[in-house]
Design a protein around this ligand. Sequence first.
Ligand code: CP
Length: 297
Amino acid sequence: MSLSLIQLTDWDADRFEGFARQVLAHKNQGGFTSLIRKSISLLFLEPSTRTRLSFERAAHHLGYSVSLLSGVQGSSLEKGESPSDTFLNLIAMQPDAVVVRSSDAFPLIDLAAQTDIPLICAGWGKKAHPTQALLDAVTLFEHWQSLQQQRILFCGDLAHSRVLASHRELLSGLGIAVGFWSPPEWQLSNLLPNEILFTHKKEALEWAQAIIGLRWQKERHESDFDLNADLKSYQLKQADLLGLKNSPLILHPGPVGWGEEFHSDIQCYPFNKILTQVHNGVWTRAQLLLTATRGQL
Ligand code: CP
């Protein structure tokens, strides 16, 4: 049994549905019972709001204590200690699980293999964000009660998204149809059998039962983009969605680029699930921490 959560390639429909039902049962009963007190360490080497705070809230729900190292300032990273050494020192303090957000360069898989302390990836450069993919899927499962036969469209900056990288692993394993619609410069080149590329906005939106927007990630681009009419035509607004027969749900992992991938009027779209995702992130991460600290990841 794996001790880390980095990739989602071994999740199938049964595993996901069992997990989602546990998350939602705890959410609906408002907490967990009969817990043994544990400790977790959070190592956030890159900025975060939702993921870091929701892991802290999740630990609170479980009655776990949290040690947090967030950013370089005030830590020995400032004195030149490497992120790998920092990780190994955290592990030497023997937490019951460790949660890591890092850049692409951080050797997450190698370090996970060096310890028997469960490791949960909380965002790894452009490579992975498995807890976000799971909480998005839990949010869709909560709404539809099943993900079978559903069609999920991703739009925005596909090329630079770690959220999408993890969704592709998860959704292909669940056999779910995935569509893409994005500016040509941020498209994907290799499609999996369950994936389809749209070039027309109307066709893509009419196909989708849920749309997951992805931020235009300026910090990962080689040059600044020009928000010209061409690029703005890839922005999603309420007028694109109202009147569609399928009334697609709208999701976004956050932070949202209002005025970029989404027009600000999406905030008032009736099937907007963005803050439900944030809420479900706490319960999804609590379930993952519980599973990890029981050695059952
Ligand atoms: N979705 C997400 O990872 O948000 P943060 O960067 O704020 O954690």
